[in-house]
Design a protein. Structure first.
Length: 178
């Protein structure tokens, strides 16, 4: 997902505040919950964008739904609502998590495999590829893709490491046809 400049600015402001207050991990957990609510309930953003509700009613909905989040997160959500940027809430959460991961030396990785990976395999992949991208460790999301036939395809940021059998066959085909 491409993040907007607006989302990155709001996330950076919230991140700097969290850094000052030493609450980065707490806010990251809270924003994961916020994102989960929004992803699982797409009509929630529609409700917040509705012209039938006043801004105060929308803020009360936010306070009710996210009653367990810190005031920093709640104020950020309210600010986004005030500026009619409720559709950026998910992107702000993603941008904040990226900043938190960067601060702690963690990179997000999508690992495509023909079968689900074991915990040991995930740890080995994290250990070997984290150094290649200059991070301490990888936060791995395993995606099972039966089209790979075997091997792995790893995406870390905008870098792709393709060691899949499908990728090797495709490269061999290109070599043979040229």
């Amino acid at each position: 997902m491409s993040q907007s400049i607006v989302a990155e600015r709001y996330a950076l402001a919230l991140f700097e505040l969290a850094k000052e207050q030493n609450t980065i991990s707490n806010l990251e957990d809270e924003l994961r919950v916020v994102k989960k609510v929004i992803v699982e309930n797409p009509s929630f953003i529609t409700l917040l964008a509705s012209p039938k509700l006043s801004i105060n009613e929308k803020k009360n909905v936010l306070k009710t739904v996210f009653s367990n989040v810190s005031t920093s997160v709640l104020h950020t959500l309210e600010l986004l609502l005030d500026r009619h940027r409720q559709d950026e809430i998910e992107a702000v959460a993603d941008a904040f998590m990226n900043l938190a991961n960067k601060e702690s030396g963690i990179a997000l990785a999508k690992v495509y495999s023909a079968r689900p990976l074991t915990a040991d395999e995930t740890n080995e992949i994290s250990a070997s590829f984290a150094a290649k991208v200059g991070r301490r460790s990888l936060n791995i999301e395993n995606i099972v893709d039966s089209n790979l036939l075997g091997g792995l395809k790893i995406r870390i940021g905008n870098r792709i490491f393709d060691g899949s059998l499908r990728g090797k066959l495709d490269r061999l085909e290109r070599t043979l046809t040229n």
